[in-house]
Design a protein around this ligand. Structure first.
Ligand code: 9YW
Length: 447
């Protein structure tokens, strides 16, 4: 189809625009995830944002992560949203009502669930960039990496302590939002079992008023279920044990588990470097091994694709999405499985699909029934997902593969709109534009 978009920015101009997006989304206190649609701080967005920011201002990158971790709950959970004063987003802090939580943070309002644990990866990246910058940046980044390590350890420990129920070893999520891939078809089967109760308080969505075409967003039926799960948690006082025991949604998330494994590896590296407690480093090593084994253990015997597990219904979820490539992020699967996954990733079912504008993985294969090129996590390409695979491949020594993904990511985003997600055949930016994490990963690719 070719690139039918009106403009293509050369790299220096694209980087300048990306920097501008981050500056414009800065409220002074936080960099919001997107200007209108997401006027708060999101947990995994903040991690990616700090990576992009480090290219511009190491101090600012550090303070972004510090702001997020100041909202860490006393039990160790890093909440998925830290709310600003802006009330243009629903569900806001009143709907979450996390004041009832015994372990909640003080002085700041947050949601009551979490998001993928990519923060250690961000801290290490900020450190690397800080070290290549001025002497002052180097010293600050090193101090920061040392000081934040115990909070990162507490966050990882929370995931193990509260979120590894059952024998699969996968990290469990209690809401699709915790996966970061909100309405992915990965969750269709477990969500079908969520029955919103009569006691669901009425609500009015705000997202569909901002995104012009509501068909690019989750449906109202999906939102009822999202809101019902929040209602269940609020009624349980955000007590994790109760939630994991009773909530209508409990799924072992293979993508989160893979990211957790590799983030634990990173924390081990940082821990050794900065002389953190040996027992804690040993914990992280064990958690990484267990998580890696859980990811490998989820792989389908024929396709090799990694699978989520519905922990309520006790069955594997076979829906094939980009999360099926999780073993490539963290390693640990047998060589033949890995090779199978790499050739699948290259094939016309994924990055090699002849009609893709940019050869990077869509959220769902264009060959799968149910693939929708315009709808959120049901088909579009997401630059942050590309960044994660590219980063992981670089770390694994697959430089050529990492470079190809990076080049594909730049091609996808060179229209300079910094879309939240992209239509894979036309490259049309969808959802929000000037999305901070898109600008951030582009900056990391270009600088
Ligand atoms: C929502 C902010 C967030 C991301 C999620 C993404 C979307 C928010 O936006 O969720 O209200 O649906 O799915 O991963 O963190 O960018």
């Amino acid at each position: 189809p070719g690139d039918r978009r009106p403009v293509r920015y050369p790299e220096p101009a694209l980087a300048a625009r990306a920097a501008r997006v981050l500056r414009d989304n800065d409220t002074g206190a936080v960099i919001t995830a997107a200007p209108r649609l997401y006027p708060h701080m999101w947990s995994w967005d903040a991690a990616f944002i700090s990576i992009g920011l480090a290219r511009l201002d190491v101090q600012r990158a550090i303070s972004e992560l510090q702001t997020l971790f100041r909202a860490q709950w006393r039990n160790g959970m890093v909440p998925h949203i830290v709310f600003t004063e802006n009330d243009a987003y629903f569900p806001g802090p009143d709907r979450w009502g996390t004041e009832v939580a015994h372990d909640g943070p003080q002085h700041v309002r947050t949601s009551g669930i979490c998001q993928p644990p990519v923060h250690a990866i961000a801290v290490q990246r900020v450190l690397e960039i800080g070290r290549r910058s001025s002497a002052a940046d180097r010293a600050d980044a090193e101090r920061f990496a040392r000081d934040i390590w115990p909070s990162l350890y507490a966050w990882h420990r929370w995931l193990v302590e509260y979120r590894t129920p059952g024998s699969s070893g996968l990290i469990a999520i209690v809401h699709g939002w915790e996966s970061g891939m909100d309405n992915s078809p990965r969750w269709d089967v477990p969500y079908a079992a969520v029955q919103p109760g009569a006691g669901l308080p009425p609500y009015v969505r705000k997202d569909v008023r901002i995104v012009g075409d509501p068909s690019e967003r989750p449906s109202d039926r999906e939102y009822d279920r999202y809101l019902w799960l929040i209602e269940e948690m609020r009624r349980a006082g955000y007590d994790q044990r109760k939630i994991v025991r009773n909530s209508s949604f409990l799924v072992g998330d293979v993508f989160v588990t893979a990211l957790f494994a590799v983030a634990c590896d990173v924390l081990v590296e940082l821990g050794k470097e900065f002389g953190q407690a040996p027992e804690e480093i040993a914990d992280l090593q064990e958690w990484a091994d267990n998580a890696r084994a859980a990811v490998a253990g989820s792989c389908h015997s024929v396709s090799g694709m990694a699978r989520d597990r519905d922990l309520r219904a006790n069955r594997w979820l076979d829906t094939q999405t980009v999360a099926g490539f999780s073993p490539l992020l963290c390693g640990g699967a047998p060589d033949e499985v890995q090779l199978k996954l790499l050739s699948l990733l290259d094939s016309d079912r994924w990055c090699g699909h002849p009609e893709l504008l940019a050869p990077v993985p869509p959220s769902v294969s264009p060959m799968r029934p149910g693939f929708n090129p315009r709808q959120y996590w049901r088909g579009p390409q997401w630059p942050v997902v590309v960044w994660l695979f590219s980063w992981a491949f670089e770390r694994r020594g697959w430089h050529e593969r990492a470079r190809k993904l990076r080049d594909g990511g730049v091609k996808l985003t060179e229209d300079g709109s910094f879309g939240e997600y992209y239509e894979p055949f036309t490259g049309e930016p969808l959802g929000s534009t000037d999305q901070s994490w898109t600008a951030a990963v582009v900056l990391d690719w270009l600088c």
